[in-house]
Design a protein around this ligand. Structure first.
Ligand code: 13P
Ligand code: SF4
Length: 305
């Protein structure tokens, strides 16, 4: 490790103790940011961790909606997002106004909301889900009810297939996962016979159909730990490969495509984490009326796990 990085890390650790801070890191973050995590995980695991933490300050190395969720469940704590520009394009594909209009067209439908959405959108929904629990969440809903699933059409399509429920899908998508094609999976399977292809549910239907397993990033981490195979084709944002390699040094990981990079997830650097702790920035808060509405939807999800 370079000397400047070591200085930054020492200072981050000193400030972390001084401020009673915890650093939560998503699986897609840069390697050097993953290495300073107190806890690293997928969206569900990070929200569960945010609920339980006893720290006074949460430094969230992820994207804006994740930091918002940490504040929704922890209004008494300071939640910091080291780069205020790290948003999620999918979350921006739905607004509360557009959702309210759609709900009027589907008055009986239960609204299931992927956490990749703003707090204001969550506040207009009945229950949240992540890619790890979306099937469980939908299965928990009364069988005679229609479902409006927002904002990811591809996660929604997959849940629809798994549950057979009557679902209306919002036309949102993840531009990063869209870059992973079914042909990429098929090509790498041909190049690596014997490799198991793991794909995220945000991917297109053709990529999921070509995969062996479809799961969240946290699911991939567990699957690789538990599976005896030596080679895995990874169909999600490629930042996860650093963690997979680090935790499974004997195994080989092949990205389905090098194009699957989320630029927003890469905006956070060690320097920005340090500044975040030094200057208490950027503080993420949600107005109380919106927070309460969003909390109901998030809590219903957390009760399901
Ligand atoms: P998970 O880590 O929950 O699988 O989510 C992936 C993602 O794209 C988060 O933005
Ligand atoms: Fe959003 Fe996709 Fe990036 Fe996840 S990977 S933060 S869904 S743009």
């Amino acid at each position: 490790m370079s000397a400047p990085n070591l200085d930054i890390i020492n200072e981050i650790n000193r400030l972390k103790k001084q401020k009673n801070a915890v650093i939560l890191v998503h699986n897609y973050q840069r390697p050097e940011v993953q290495d300073i995590a107190d806890f690293i995980g997928d969206s569900l695991e990070l929200s569960q961790k945010a609920v339980k933490t006893e720290a006074e300050v949460i430094v969230f190395c992820g994207v804006h909606f994740m930091a918002e969720t940490a504040h929704i469940v922890n209004p008494g704590k300071t939640v910091l997002l080291p780069d205020n520009e790290s948003g999620c394009p999918m979350a921006n594909m739905i607004t509360p106004e557009a959702l309210i209009a759609r709900k009027k067209e589907l008055p009986g439908a239960i609204v299931v909301c992927y956490v990749n959405s703003s707090a204001a959108v969550k506040a207009e929904t009945d229950i949240c889900c992540t890619s790890a629990n979306a099937v469980r969440v939908v299965q928990s809903l009364p069988a005679d009810k229609e479902i409006l699933f927002v904002p990811d059409q591809y996660l929604g399509q997959w849940v629809n297939e798994k549950t057979g429920r009557q679902m209306y899908l919002w036309p949102g998508f993840c531009p990063t996962h869209m870059r992973i094609l079914g042909d990429d999976i098929l090509r790498e399977k041909k190049n690596h016979p014997g490799a198991i292809a793991l794909v995220h549910p945000e991917c297109r239907p053709d990529a999921k159909a070509a995969a062996d397993e479809v799961m969240s990033t946290g699911g991939m981490i567990r699957f690789v730990h538990e599976n005896k195979a030596q080679e895995f084709i990874i169909g999600t944002e490629i930042g996860i490969i650093y963690r997979l390699k680090k935790e499974n040094p004997g195994k080989t990981f092949i990205p389905a495509t090098d194009k699957a990079v989320c630029p927003n997830m890469k905006k956070i650097t060690l320097e920005k984490v340090l500044r975040s702790l030094q200057e208490n920035r950027y503080i993420i808060t949600v107005p109380e009326d919106i927070r309460i509405g969003a909390l109901n939807s998030v809590n219903r999800m957390l009760a399901i796990g």
